[in-house]
Design a protein around this ligand. Structure first.
Ligand code: ZN
Ligand code: ZN
Length: 350
């Protein structure tokens, strides 16, 4: 078993800084990271294969937007189209795909004429944590976009705009990137195919949203609505940092890679570092904002491991270092400290 660490150079001083802060949750809860030790190419490949399983299903801009709207109670075709600014053909293709994946189910609500509603299956409802962690990240790093965003009503405590915080379900501590340890199972790696396959390559849509409605979680969807986005972020978490490394691990063409690196840099997720490699193509590091994506990655991995059972299971297990337990993400309400879940909360798009 190989152990990787995501931690900080000076946990003591960082912790002290956090403790001095009046409200920990009102500021980004991250500090400069120390990259985990380099891992071998086979392990990186296995990690990326696992990520790609989830990315194939979720990481498409219009699929995410459709699922988000469905979480917020949208069921009918026209409402998806209007609120998401999606053309009919685009929406039809995404609804069909999500139905094939059994994330959405189609139910007839009228026989004459025949009309359908689209509802989330249990698998779709279970994406609540993914959107809740995205909402936390969006509100942390793009607070001015709140008006265009969504809010979470916590029915348990009556908060109308609950702030979701990532906690460890075992010890209830606030989750910090530095406290997460990754363990890699050799057995799971051996079960992996040698090559990461992709059955649907996303292309970044440049389609203008026709109706001018602001998209909720716009920035999170900018990152995760493109499968190269999540794969590049995961590369950096596994310490693959330079252009040639990305190219080799992802099988991505040079021009698309350059484009995505520029986009993620513009989004403030990555920053070029000075230690350009000998090929003259640069190395990159995650910014604090990029590192703070980790609860979303945890939520996506937890969802994929639970619901995409027929696929290859991630060879990576996260462990919460302070309590030593396998990491189970619990999204809690900042106001009352209780769990925010699909059962006791409502996603509302104003
Ligand atoms: Zn814990
Ligand atoms: Zn609450």
């Amino acid at each position: 078993m190989q152990v990787l660490w995501i931690n900080l150079k000076e946990p003591g001083s960082a912790r002290a800084r956090l403790e001095r802060m009046p409200s920990v949750s009102s500021v980004p809860i991250v500090a400069a990271p120390e990259l985990p030790p380099a891992i071998d190419a086979v392990t990186v490949n296995a990690v990326l294969i696992a990520v790609r399983q989830a990315a194939n299903v979720l990481c498409d801009r219009w699929s995410l937007l459709t699922l988000l709207l469905a979480q917020a109670g949208v069921h009918r075709f026209n409402e998806f189209s209007e609120r998401g600014g999606m053309a009919s053909r685009l929406l039809t293709s995404r609804l069909t795909m999500l139905e094939e994946q059994e994330i959405i189910v189609r139910l007839a609500y009228s026989r004459r004429p025949l009309r359908h509603e689209y509802h989330l299956s249990h698998m779709g409802l279970a994406l609540f944590d993914v959107f809740a962690t995205m909402a936390r990240w969006e509100h942390t790093w793009h607070p001015s976009a709140d008006a265009a965003g969504l809010r979470i009503e916590h029915l348990a405590c009556g908060a109308t705009a609950a702030r979701p915080l990532p906690h460890c379900a075992a010890c209830n501590a606030l989750l910090l990137a530095r406290d997460i340890k990754l363990t890699v199972s050799q057995r799971e790696i051996e079960a992996m195919p040698t090559k990461a396959t992709s059955y649907r390559r996303s292309t970044l849509s440049t389609t203008k949203r026709g109706l001018g409605a602001p998209v909720p979680l716009a920035h999170a969807i900018d990152v995760f609505g493109d499968k190269w986005g999540i794969e590049l972020v995961m590369c950096l978490f596994t310490r693959v940092r330079n252009f040639n490394g990305f190219e080799a691990h992802l099988g991505i063409s040079t021009n698309i890679l350059a484009d995505r690196l520029a986009r993620l840099t513009a989004l403030g997720i990555l920053r070029p570092t000075t230690d350009a490699d000998r090929f003259g193509k640069g190395a990159y590091a995650l910014t604090d904002k990029g590192i703070d994506l980790h609860p979303i990655l945890l939520a996506i991995q937890a969802w994929a491991d639970t619901w995409l059972r027929e696929r290859y299971r991630s060879p990576v297990t996260f462990v919460h270092r302070p309590c030593g337990q396998p990491l189970q993400l619990q999204v809690s309400c900042e106001a009352c400290g209780q769990a925010l879940s699909r059962a006791n909360s409502r996603l509302v798009i104003d």
